[in-house]
Structure formats: C-alpha cells, structure tokens
Design a protein around this ligand. Structure first.
Ligand SMILES: [Zn+2]
Length: 428
C-alpha cells in the first residue's frame, strides 16, 4: 500500500542526478536500438546521416548527433505514407490504442506504451497530493485525443475513483461534483474560471458547497496572483503540470512549488530555439523531449515548440532529485528576440495583470539606427491616470523582461483579437 508514502516511485524520484543520467542512458540505448531496428522512419533518417545507435555512448553524444523530429515532420511523413508515415514499429496485433489528433496525426500505442503514459500521470498526481480515497473529475476530452482517457487511467493507477466528466456542460459538472463530493479535478485554469462563473449564477458557494481540495492544471504561464485567487475561491490547492499528447506528463509541481519536476522516463533538453544548442543552467529555451518507453511509435528528440522559463538541477525541498522545469512561457515563433533577450508575451501580460484599467497590448519592435527599441502599446481605460501609471508600468516591465521598454497608451478598443501581438519593424 502506497497510502503513507511521500513518493509514487521513491527509487527513481530520489536517485541522484548522476544515477538518473546513468539510468536514462541505459534506457536510451535500448530505445535507440529498438527504433533503429523496428522503425522505418528513424532507420532511414539515421542511416542517411551515418548514425549507429551502438556508437551513442553518452547523453552528450545523443544531443550532438541524433536529429530532431517535429510535429510538422510527423504530419508530413504520415501524409506522404499513410497512415503512420513509417513511424509504426510493432505489428498491428500488438496495438492497444490509436489516437487521431491533435491535428492530422495518427498516434499508435501498445498496452505497455499506454501504461507508461498513465504512469507519468500517476507520479504527477501523487506529487499533487492525490490518494486512493479521492474522487476525481477528469474534464479533458475523451474523444479521438488521449487527454481524457490518459487522465482517467493515471488517476485509476493512483487508486482514485474517477468521474469521467469530459469537456463542456459546466452546470452538470458542478451538480455532479456537489452530489458526489468530488475532491480532485484534472482541468485547465480557464475551466476553473468558467466553473466559478457558472457556480455564481447557480447560487453555489465554491468553498462550502463543493468538496474540492486539489486541482491539477495545464502548465501555461499564469500570474501567481491568478492561481492564488483560484485557490482561495475554491478553498483548494492547485498544482501545475506540463503535458503533451505525445509524452504524457512531462513536468509536475510538488509541494515545493519551485518548478515542475520532470519524469525519469523522459529525457528533457532545453535548447536555444535559434541555435538549437543547450542553454546554460537557469536559462530558458525550447523543450525537446525523448520518451524512453514509447515503442509502437518511438518519440526521439521531439521539438515541442514550447518555451520554458528555466531548467534547474538544484535539489528540491520536497526530496525529489529529478530536475525541474520552470513555467511554460510561450511558443517558439511567438517570442521575438530584442536586444539579445527573448521577450515572452506572457511575461508582459503577467506584469500588467495587477494594473487596473489596462486592456490588450502589442509589442512593437523598431531598429531606428543600430539598437533595438521595444515599445509596448497598451490599451488604457479613460479613468487610468496615464502620467502616474506609466513609470510604474515601465518598472514592472523591466522586472519581467529584463530590458527597458517604451510604453504607449492607446484607447480601449484600439487593439483587437486579430491585431498581431508582435509587430517587428526591423529589417534584417
Ligand atoms: Zn520538489
């Protein structure tokens, strides 16, 4: 019985970084050999590049030699050679689940692969504080995509009773959660906000009428105040996670709440989105992940397109030794580089969160002579005292993005949903 344990998988969660790297290298070598022998896609690409798995002796070799894959590469390969694009590595008889999405992607899993995916959810759920006596509502989509079933099976592994609520119908979610005394919810923060609005219309008091004590939410960068507000409103604690349909839970928060630990069955690299070289400890970059358990369709060095604030190898107060990822701050391509720094729109959004009366914003980048100039155009309501607010906004922005920015207020309604978030006027 694991009920009294702090960790779901104490052996792997508390091994030292050195032990973890050795463990991962050994698993990686097996996975590379498997992909080389059974997966036509990798066999073709690696053979053309002269890569032999038996020659990969270290994680450094792996990073330096093995090419990336991307969602675009998978989609393109599958469109040229349907349905799997040379990625299927087991006989059809060994398949247990096939997902069609997200996007035009076919994703096959063996039963063992899917167990591995569910295990990533179990480890994250245990760290979030879920235990067998919890009743958990899974609000992800159960159709075509993996999200709902994955959350469901992960929670079942932990021993929770699952209410498969799925997406939509907020009123029914609230009624069921109240009647069944649901204690945990697997959701996005936007759905928590929506539930709170509907609860108000129904005359429900979230703190007293619901029994929720923990929520696991998607790892999008949100202001700390927004999370704290939700925690207070519901009278529960919230733990952030970072998951993808290809990999399961890649990162999960513990009670230390100083980043998201990553799962030992994933090799996680954080790379400069432009040079594709590893970033120095503490810096942000694009997350590249290799699954050490997916065999039906091996996922090796997948560029996720997600940019993370940092990766830390420092020990965590919770006792886990697995490295921690910072918050997800955006997508590659939405993040311009100004004066040598990546400027993350979400960081600007968060910096502006506490100012009353401000609306949408737009980043305008110019290069009048040699240096870059970033101007943040921000909608301000008529009651905003612009002269008094401007210096405070400039200070908050400097703190958030680490470079100086000009601020220009514009009337509410000037910037629309269709207005580009980034206007880059620099000519190469
Ligand atoms: Zn921790």
């Amino acid at each position: 019985m694991r009920g009294d344990r702090s960790f779901w998988d104490p052996e792997h969660e508390t091994m030292s970084i050195g032990e973890l790297r050795a463990y991962q290298l050994s698993r990686l070598q097996q996975m590379l050999q498997w992909a080389y022998e059974h997966c036509p896609y990798y066999n073709n690409v690696w053979s053309a590049a002269g890569i032999q798995p038996t020659r990969i002796d270290s994680l450094e070799d792996f990073s330096a030699l093995v090419p990336f894959i991307t969602k675009e590469i998978i989609i393109d390969a599958q469109q040229r050679k349907p349905p799997y694009g040379g990625f299927l590595s087991v006989p059809t008889a060994d398949l247990a689940r096939i997902y069609v999405a997200p996007g035009p992607i076919h994703m096959p899993f063996t039963a063992e692969d899917f167990e591995g995916m569910a295990e990533t959810v179990a480890i994250a759920s245990w760290a979030a504080g879920l235990r067998p006596d919890d009743i958990a509502n899974v609000t992800s989509n159960y159709q075509w995509v993996i999200g709902g079933t994955l959350g469901d099976c992960g929670y079942r592994k932990v021993g929770c009773a699952v209410v498969p609520g799925g997406v939509g119908n907020t009123k029914m979610h609230l009624e069921a959660m109240q009647a069944l005394k649901v204690t945990a919810i697997f959701t996005f923060s936007t759905f928590l906000v929506q539930l709170a609005e509907t609860a108000k219309q129904m005359g429900l008091d979230l703190g007293n009428d619901l029994a929720l004590r923990v929520a696991m939410i998607g790892g999008e960068l949100k202001p700390k105040e927004a999370i704290t507000n939700l925690e207070q409103m519901y009278g529960m604690h919230i733990r952030e996670t970072y998951a993808t349909a290809d990999l399961g839970m890649v990162g999960f928060e513990c009670d230390g709440r100083a980043g998201m630990h990553h799962h030992h069955h994933h090799i996680v690299e954080v790379l400069d989105p432009v040079t594709h070289q590893p970033v120095p400890e503490g810096n942000g970059g694009e997350i590249v992940v290799t699954s050490l358990f997916r065999k039906a369709m091996p996922i090796i060095r997948l560029r996720t397109g997600d940019v993370v604030g940092f990766m830390s190898h420092e020990p965590c107060s919770c006792g886990r030794k697995t490295p921690r990822l910072g918050p997800i701050v955006g997508r590659v391509g939405d993040i311009p580089r100004v004066k040598g720094m990546f400027i993350v729109p979400k960081q600007i959004e968060n910096a502006l969160f506490s100012f009353k009366g401000l609306g949408r914003f737009q980043m305008v980048i110019d290069r009048p002579k040699v240096g870059d100039v970033l101007t943040v155009r921000i909608e301000a309501a008529p009651e905003v005292d612009q002269a008094a607010t401007k210096p405070a906004v400039i200070r908050a922005l400097r703190e958030a993005i680490r470079i100086g920015a000009e601020v220009e207020f514009v009337p509410i309604g000037t910037l629309r949903e269709s207005t580009p978030l980034v206007l880059d006027n620099r000519t190469a």
